[in-house]
Design a protein around this ligand. Structure first.
Ligand code: CA
Length: 218
């Protein structure tokens, strides 16, 4: 079955910690995105929709707390695991009250971080399963668990790319979906700077979008 890797955004200004996290998480099969500031993190968040955030509190300019607040305005369910050298009970309470899901004190062990990530992702998967493993929009039904789509009860055969495209459009329904979001989610960033790919992408994309629109409004 076609599955994407879990995508983790590491928000950390310490280059050495970033390097260790990137290497260890990638070695365990995660796709790793890096932001060295809160501002950069919000851009990455918008463009690449990670599945989980590892958030350092001590960031330059925009603090980790502000990042946490901002993320929660945009998403209530995105798992946030905070990393911090500070270790007071009041700070932990503050961070958890702001919407973080978990709190790890530095210095940390990689095994602990990996275990907390597994717990957070399991919780997210279970709650998304409970809430929306099957989404019905009028005559359209999408089964996210089995990655199948039907219209008026008839199964529709989609390629993995078409399925991903439909999924992001449905997930972002009511919002603007930018070219860079599609490139990141559906075609990945590998081809972002390839003008030939971008041109042919848009030719194909229009066809696929039209099909999708047909599906969504039929
Ligand atoms: Ca820091």
């Amino acid at each position: 079955m076609f599955r994407r890797k879990t995508r983790i955004l590491v928000i950390e200004d310490d280059r050495e910690i970033t390097r260790i996290l990137r290497r260890s998480l990638a070695a365990h099969g995660y796709e790793v995105l890096i932001a060295h500031s809160g501002e950069q993190a919000l851009e990455v968040l918008e463009q690449q929709s990670p599945h989980l955030l590892l958030l350092d509190l001590g960031l330059p300019n925009m603090s980790g707390l502000d990042v946490c607040k901002q993320v929660r305005i945009q998403s209530k369910s995105l798992p946030i695991i905070v990393l911090s050298v500070r270790n007071t009970e009041s700070e932990k309470v503050q961070v958890l009250d702001l919407g973080a899901d978990d709190y790890i004190t530095k210095p940390f062990g990689m095994d602990e971080i990996l275990a907390r990530i597994r717990v957070a992702m399991r919780r997210t998967f279970l709650s998304s399963q409970e809430m929306e493993s099957i989404l019905t929009l009028g005559p359209l039904q999408i089964d996210f668990e089995h990655q199948t789509v039907s219209l008026n009860g008839q199964a529709i055969k989609l390629t993995p790319t078409e399925y991903d495209l439909l999924k992001i459009l449905v997930e972002q329904r009511g919002k603007i979906v930018t070219q860079s979001m599609l490139l990141s989610h559906v075609w990945r960033n590998d081809q972002k700077n390839n003008p030939i790919f971008s041109t042919s992408l848009w030719g194909n994309c229009v066809v696929r979008l039209n099909r999708t629109q047909f599906i969504l409004v039929s």
